[in-house]
Structure formats: C-alpha cells, structure tokens
Design a protein around this ligand. Structure first.
Ligand code: 5GP
Ligand code: ZN
Length: 118
C-alpha cells in the first residue's frame, strides 16, 4: 500500500482539513507556503494521467470547497500536481498541492535558461 493510501486508511496519522466519501485534504508535512494542503482521491491513481474526467470534475468541486474552508478563496491560491519524473513527483498517488496564505512567487522551473527552450 502506498504512503497516501496508508494515510487514507489512518495507518499513518495526518492533520485533516476536509473529507468526504471520495476525497481527503490534509496539511503537507513539509509546508512550502503559509497554507500548504494536499488533496487526494481516496482511491489510488498513480498520477493525474490516470484520473477519469468525471472523478476530476468532483475533485475540482472538492478543492474549491477546501479553499473556502481554509479561508483563501478570496485572497487566491495555487493548485499544482507534479506528474512523473520531469514533473518532480515524489509520492506516486495522485495529489494536488493547494498553496496560499501569502503572495506566491512565480518560478523559474528548470535549471536550463528558458531562452534555450524557444
Ligand atoms: P510531490 O513531490 O510528490 O508532488 O509531493 C509530495 C508531498 O507530500 C511533499 O510536499 C511532501 O512534503 C508530502 N508528504 C510526503 N510524505 C508525507 C506524509 O507522510 N504526510 C504528509 N502530511 N505529507 C507528506
Ligand atoms: Zn495510494
């Protein structure tokens, strides 16, 4: 069982934000912003590549509600899902990072000079 499936099964403790029968939102153990919450489907999908559109639709609604619960709906936030090797995905159970609570910086995402990509 993967680490996030163990969190869903409560074999590993986590700090809950919101939950329904299909999805779970909990605080990231290593926050990178004042609000850093992970949103996952309770069912295991390896990454965003595997999630069916209807489940993604319901997950979008759940993330919108979670942002309201966190009090960042008006101030704004960022949603990120890292996918695979180049995406930097460490945990192979689909998750969205929900980040906010401060004005977020916008990065430089690769080591190469962006001009080299054009
Ligand atoms: P990824 O790099 O796969 O997109 O992000 C994985 C995230 O999961 C990281 O931000 C990391 O801090 C978080 N994380 C890893 N293990 C645990 C855990 O056991 N509990 C919680 N709450 N977060 C975790
Ligand atoms: Zn899993």
């Amino acid at each position: 069982m993967c680490i996030f499936c163990k969190i869903v099964a409560k074999e590993i403790p986590s700090n809950a934000v919101a939950e329904n029968e299909e999805f779970y939102a909990f605080h990231d153990i290593n926050p990178k912003a004042p609000v850093h919450v992970l949103v996952i489907p309770k069912a295991h999908f390896d990454s965003f590549k595997e999630i069916p559109g209807d489940v993604m639709g319901r997950m979008s609604t759940f993330m919108q509600e979670t942002a309201k619960t966190l009090g960042i709906d008006e101030s704004g936030y960022r949603i990120i899902s890292n996918i695979g090797e180049d995406g930097g995905q460490e945990v192979k159970h689909l998750h969205f990072h929900l980040l906010g609570g401060a004005k977020l910086k916008w990065g430089h995402f690769a080591d190469a000079d962006p001009k080299d990509f054009i």
